[in-house]
Design a protein around this ligand. Structure first.
Ligand code: MG
Ligand code: MG
Length: 264
C-alpha cells in the first residue's frame, strides 16, 4: 500500500534531504584521482552523524557502508573500496539520510578528470532523464508516465535502461510502495496521488541494458562492461507541479570549484 504523507512528514523528509544534499557535496569536495571510495564513505558518514542524523544505508539488509560507490561499469550498490579512483572514471555516489523517523535518498554521478565525449553525453542524458521523469510526478499521472519519459529520452539518445532496479516510494522505510521503474508505457501503472513521496533514479547504460550482481552480493555491473550513470532525487507528487525535496545545489557548487572534476 502507498502511504501518503502529511505536510508535517514531508517537512521532516525535506529536513533529511537538506542534510543529504550537503553530505553528497562532501564527495564533490574531495573527489580526485587517488582518492578511494572508502575515504568518501568515511567522510560522508561522519558528516551525517555530525548533523545528528543516521546514514540510511548502513546495515540496511546487511549493507556494510553509508554510501554506495559505483564506478564506471558499476550501475548501483557498489561497495566503497580501497582502490584509488582514476582520471577518466565516473563515480556514482548514492546515499540516504534518516532523520526524525524519515528517510531521504539521492545519488549523483561525478566525472573525475577528463571523460570521453560519449561518457559525458551518457551522464548529461541520464541527468536529463531524471528531470524528465520528475516532470511526470504529478497527481493523476501514472507510474508508467514517469518510466516512459525516462526510457523514451534515454533510448532516443542511443542508451539503454536498466530494468532490474527501480525507483521507489520512501518515508519511514527506505523502500516503500510504489515501485517506480525507469521504463514503461504512457497511461500504464498505478495512479500517482498527491503527497506520495518517491525516489526517481534513472540507471542508464552506454551499451546494452543487461546487468549482473558481483560475488559480493551487492555490486550491480553492466554485463557488457560498458559505463553506467545514475542520478536520483527524492520527490513529492503534487497537484500540478512536483516538488523536489533533495538538492544538487551544494554538490554542483562544490563541483564547479573542484578542478579535478568535470561539471557535466
Ligand atoms: Mg539511492
Ligand atoms: Mg533509491
Amino acid at each position: 500500500m502507498v502511504k501518503l504523507k502529511t505536510e508535517e512528514e514531508i517537512a521532516f523528509i525535506k529536513e533529511s534531504s537538506l542534510i543529504l544534499g550537503k553530505a553528497l557535496a562532501e564527495a564533490a569536495k574531495i573527489l580526485k584521482p587517488g582518492i578511494t571510495g572508502l575515504e568518501i564513505d568515511k567522510l560522508i558518514e561522519t558528516f551525517i552523524k555530525d548533523q545528528g542524523a543516521v546514514p540510511s544505508f548502513k546495515n540496511y539488509r546487511g549493507f556494510p557502508f553509508s554510501i554506495c560507490c559505483s564506478i564506471n561499469e558499476a550501475v548501483v550498490h557498489g561497495f566503497p573500496t580501497s582502490s584509488e579512483i582514476k582520471d577518466g572514471d565516473i563515480v556514482s555516489v548514492d546515499c540516504g539520510v534518516f532523520l526524525n523517523g524519515f528517510h531521504s535518498d539521492s545519488a549523483y554521478t561525478f566525472a573525475v578528470g577528463e571523460v570521453s565525449s560519449k561518457v559525458a553525453k551518457l551522464m548529461k542524458v541520464t541527468k536529463e532523464c531524471l528531470y524528465r521523469g520528475i516532470e511526470n510526478a504529478v497527481a493523476g499521472k501514472r507510474v508508467g508516465d514517469v518510466g516512459y519519459a525516462v526510457q523514451n529520452y534515454a533510448e532516443s539518445n542511443g542508451f539503454s535502461v536498466v530494468r532490474e532496479l527501480v525507483g521507489h516510494g520512501l518515508g519511514k522505510e527506505l523502500h516503500e510502495e510504489p515501485e517506480v521503474p525507469n521504463y514503461g508505457k504512457r497511461g500504464n501503472g498505478s495512479v500517482l496521488k498527491a503527497n506520495t513521496v518517491i525516489a526517481i533514479e534513472p540507471m542508464i547504460n552506454l551499451g546494452k541494458r543487461e546487468v549482473k550482481t558481483l560475488k559480493d552480493g551487492w555490486t550491480v555491473v553492466t554485463r557488457d562492461g560498458s559505463p553506467s550513470a545514475h542520478y536520483e532525487h527524492t520527490v513529492v507528487v503534487r497537484n500540478g507541479k512536483p516538488e523536489i525535496l533533495t538538492t544538487f545545489d551544494f554538490v554542483e557548487n562544490e563541483l564547479k570549484n573542484n578542478k579535478d572534476l568535470t561539471y557535466i
